[in-house]
Ligand binder design. Sequence first.
Ligand SMILES: Nc1ncnc2c1ncn2[C@@H]1O[C@H](COP(=O)(O)OP(=O)(O)OP(=O)(O)O)[C@@H](O)[C@H]1O
Length: 341
Amino acid sequence: MTNAIEAEGLRRSYSGDFEAVRGISFTVPRGEIFALLGTNGAGKTSTVELLEGLAAPSAGIARVLGHDPYRERAAVRPRIGVMLQEGGFPSDLTVAETVRMWAGCTTHARPTAEALGATGLAGREKVRVKQLSGGERRRLDLALALLGRPEVLFLDEPTTGLDAEGRRDTWELVRALRDGGTTVLLTTHYLEEAETLADRLAIMHRGRIVLSGTPAEVTAARPARIRFTLPEGVPAARLPLHLRAAEDDGRVEIRTESLQDDLSAVLRWAGENDVRLDALDARSASLEEAFLDIAAGKAGDPRPLAPDTSLAPAGSDSAAAPASSRSAAASDTSLASEAVR
Ligand SMILES: Nc1ncnc2c1ncn2[C@@H]1O[C@H](COP(=O)(O)OP(=O)(O)OP(=O)(O)O)[C@@H](O)[C@H]1O
């Protein structure tokens, strides 16, 4: 089995009439970091919960490590780690007590010191959970999710509330876990996080996947951008004709599919005409631009760039949006994860 996670035409309805997940398909090979992005309420958490086995899909198939995570949860639970959006630990317990309590429900748990060391909580063992900062609680969530040495790790917004250093530490840890063979499915609102961490990603909007692929594939389809300010008295109309330039009060923006050629043309033109380009900035399209286009309903191509067509049943779409708040780290038993919800 090469795929750790498979979603095939997954759907999820609430109260019978609202469909939060509308037929999405994707696969995550073993040892890959896959990021699920999306606008608020897109359906990311609803999707991840199906894969964690916390709910049954209203249609479609979820498979984790070759099993149905809902119907065969006893086979799946001991092999996955789950970090929900908000922890629900007893706040009077200390950090070490919390980890030990969790370890009691976990098979082959890592030593407490190892889990706390990996998540930057060494030295905080005796602090009560209620005295931890928001970022430290996220670290504790992560420590608990790692405790059972999971083969598949689900991280729902793992770095929300962390400072820049904490975020980078978490990225390093997630990469190290991936390099050790762990499969990671994470949701995030930080596009930089997805861009730098994910091997592949999918962007959801209103219950569907509208774009997926490697970060490079997702941005490759979008034009790059050159920006600069022209000196007073030099209108953008004097630029070489083939450059599609938009000008706003001297500030020029050129959208291009051949960044190197067009940047060279701009610089050549500036040199030949002795024009100084202030605040010159040239960059490839970012994931943020792709995301904002989707959020604004301007997504150019609703087809996945790197689709898992082998799994997609006829008639299923792939797309989505964000919403819920939950969180607890559970690695082993369903009892443990549900107790904290
Ligand atoms: N228990 C529920 N009952 C009814 N509707 C729900 C329930 N949970 C979520 N929803 C709705 O389903 C939709 C998808 O929510 P979901 O939490 O999956 O999105 P999300 O992409 O994770 O959002 P966010 O990024 O804001 O956390 C939203 O419209 C949300 O209001």
